[in-house]
Design a protein around this ligand. Structure first.
Ligand code: ADP
Ligand code: DGP
Ligand code: NA
Ligand code: NA
Length: 213
């Protein structure tokens, strides 16, 4: 029985953007909005570093493990696939899922390292498709002013600039409900805008499209 099209199912929202664009802040605010309203909700994130595959990804990001770019790309995708069934079960049970990063980061970060864009999309095809993707835009200067880079792989200006370029690729937005959000404003203003977009999505009860068909 397909989950899509059921009025009772939970909704699946994803937050995307560069490091420090406000994904964690905004995704947790949206979770709080749902839970305060008594609507069943779960917050999650990718990479999920708590699974065995996630543990390998964590070592890789902390530079304690070296892997070819292709191999780590497949691990990030597998990390989403290992959670896919529980996401679908939660949605079916009526729980809304709010997720900090998803397959869009997967493609943007790996393509930024020079891997072929459609090769990067392939392993994530068939994953549960979000009802809405909120892409938080911030320019380099705003990101740099928010805090210093950490020590993890990818946390440097050159890589972030390349990821920024990849996130502009129209193939990422094709066939999905992509919502561009100006992330350089007051966090409550951003939250209010996202909240109304979420309620609009709920009321529309959209017909669901598969991921990147
Ligand atoms: P991400 O999850 O995208 O890396 P965070 O939500 O952790 O980003 O935010 C990065 C930093 O910027 C945090 O210190 C956070 O408090 C701050 N921040 C988040 N949103 C805003 C905003 N709209 N304006 C100013 N600072 C913000
Ligand atoms: P975070 O925990 O949100 O800071 O993410 C950790 C880092 O991993 C961040 O720099 C973004 C990157 N990342 C997230 N998902 C993927 C993915 O699927 N593939 C690749 N290559 N990088 C990813
Ligand atoms: Na990070
Ligand atoms: Na975050």
């Amino acid at each position: 029985k397909p989950i899509w099209g059921s009025a009772q199912r939970g909704l699946f929202f994803v937050f995307e953007g560069l490091d420090r664009s406000g994904k964690s802040t905004q995704s947790k605010k949206l979770e709080e909005y749902f839970s305060k309203a008594g609507r069943p909700v779960k917050w999650t994130c990718f990479p999920n570093r708590k699974t065995p595959i996630g543990a390998a990804i964590d070592l890789y990001l902390r530079r304690q493990l070296e892997l070819p770019d292709e191999a780590v790309h497949r691990l990030f995708s597998a990390n989403r696939w290992e959670m896919a069934q529980s996401i679908v079960e939660d949605l079916r049970a009526g729980t809304t899922i709010i997720c900090d990063r998803y397959a869009f980061s997967g493609v943007a970060y790996s393509a930024a390292k020079g891997l072929d864009f459609s090769w990067c999309q392939a392993p994530d095809r068939g994953l549960p498709c979000p009802d809405g993707i909120f892409f938080l835009h911030i320019d380099e200067k705003v990101g740099a002013a928010r805090s210093n880079f950490g020590d993890e792989r990818y946390e440097n200006a050159e890589m972030q600039a390349r990821v920024r370029g990849q996130f502009k690729d129209p193939r990422l937005r094709a066939n999905v409900n992509w919502q561009d959000v100006n992330g350089a404003r007051d966090m409550e203003v951003i939250h209010a805008e996202i909240r109304s977009a979420v309620e609009a999505i709920r009321q529309e009860d959209q017909v669901q499209l598969p991921w990147q068909q």
